[in-house]
Design a protein around this ligand. Structure first.
Ligand SMILES: Nc1ncnc2c1ncn2[C@@H]1O[C@H](COP(=O)(O)OP(=O)(O)OP(=O)(O)O)[C@@H](O)[C@H]1O
Length: 351
């Protein structure tokens, strides 16, 4: 489905009479309003999702991040109608998901925990036809779309192979193809690149961007792999303790962090001066270059950068290099959630 078709189906163009301007009022792909879900009762109750408001526009690709237990899966399952929230509401393309209304489910599907229950005795193509059928689509009417999907995910050669005979990475791609074959406009993908080799992961990432930006699918991607999120997503929503702690474009999240951290290198910074800087400023990294110069990184420098430079000038320090630090999404994540992602916790893991 093309983006403009998605808007034509799910939204409208309204006119603001005060300004005589056309304002796009596309119906959100997903709208969560004051969503809450707790598990258990009394003192032992766990608030998995805590009064969350979230709107996701059609055709966007959004990363949903958070440390283990942040509430991501619960939120996704509420959106799928698998878990009934305690309070608040979920709408998918304007249709309320409340556990009884089947109309909303036509538009939403998911690949949870990196896989889907494909039928291993069926071939790849038979799986796609099956998942199209259970979503009410005549599989003969979408043969071309399925061929294109197989081609884009580099599965054409395996189209007539039973899924059980495929490698793990290929099974993963078949899972994704099966979800997409159902034609849902809003798709949740949990760790879609887990276990894929680098090349397959890149192919899949490209396809996800194309699906959103060319076909108008709305994709919510949940992953602990920050590199994938940074490369693929337009926007990132970070959760911690059931709440949304950040919601912005990748560029904004990174640029906010960039402005705030500077790295200064000098041969004149000795231990005593390092102590002084640590006492007065937020020094996060102290290191030594191969040439024996000291490097310090100061976060939250902001307007205090001038104070840092004053201290260095008073100590007659010659600055060899000063630069803003190019942060990774990982650092933003750690700052906002206070937790490492699994990416750093399990370094060396395959994508
Ligand atoms: N069925 C359940 N019964 C009791 N507690 C639950 C249940 N499901 C989730 N929880 C708890 O709710 C909280 C949020 O869990 P959730 O699975 O939504 O987090 P998550 O962000 O998806 O974590 P992960 O990244 O580890 O998958 C956790 O404390 C979890 O232990």
């Amino acid at each position: 489905m093309q983006q403009d078709t998605a808007i034509a189906q799910h939204g409208s163009i309204a006119t603001d009479s005060n300004h005589n301007e056309a304002i796009e009022t596309a119906v959100p792909a997903l709208k969560l309003t004051n969503l809450s879900k707790r598990f258990g009762t009394g003192d032992d109750a766990i608030v998995a999702v805590d009064d969350v408001n979230l709107t996701i526009e059609p055709g966007s690709i959004v990363g949903l991040l958070g440390p283990n237990g942040a509430g991501k899966t619960t939120l996704i399952k509420c959106a799928l109608g698998i878990i009934i929230p305690d309070s608040g509401s979920v709408s998918v393309f304007g249709n309320r998901v409340d556990g009884t209304r089947r109309s909303a489910y036509r538009d939403v599907d998911a690949m949870l925990e990196g896989a889907r229950n494909d039928y291993w005795r069926l071939t790849v193509r038979e799986n796609l036809r099956y998942f199209a059928t259970i979503h009410g689509i005549d599989p003969n009417s979408v043969t071309q779309q399925h061929d294109r999907l197989l081609d884009r995910l580099e599965l054409t050669d395996k189209a007539d192979t039973p899924v059980r005979d495929l490698s793990r990475g290929m099974k993963q791609k078949v899972s994704l193809a099966s979800v997409l074959a159902g034609g849902a406009s809003l798709v949740f993908l949990d760790e879609p690149t887990l276990g894929l080799d680098v090349e397959s992961s890149r192919t899949l990432q490209q396809e996800l961007r194309r699906l959103a930006h060319e076909d108008g699918r709305t994709i919510v991607l949940s992953s602990h792999n920050m590199d994938v999120i940074e490369r693929v997503c337009d926007r990132v929503v970070m959760m911690a303790n059931g709440r949304i702690v950040a919601d912005d474009s990748v560029n904004e999240l990174l640029s906010d962090a960039t402005r705030d951290t500077v790295q200064i290198t000098s041969a004149d910074i000795d231990d005593r001066l390092v102590e002084t800087l640590i006492d007065r400023f937020s020094v996060t990294v102290v290191g030594e270059t191969a040439a024996g110069r000291t490097t310090i990184e100061i976060t939250h420098a902001g307007e205090r950068l001038y104070d840092v430079l004053d201290v260095l000038r008073n100590e007659a320090v010659t600055i060899d290099d000063i630069r803003t630090v190019q942060p990774q999404l990982e650092e933003v994540f750690v700052n906002l959630t206070g937790m490492e992602s699994e990416q750093t916790a399990t370094s060396g893991r395959a994508e």
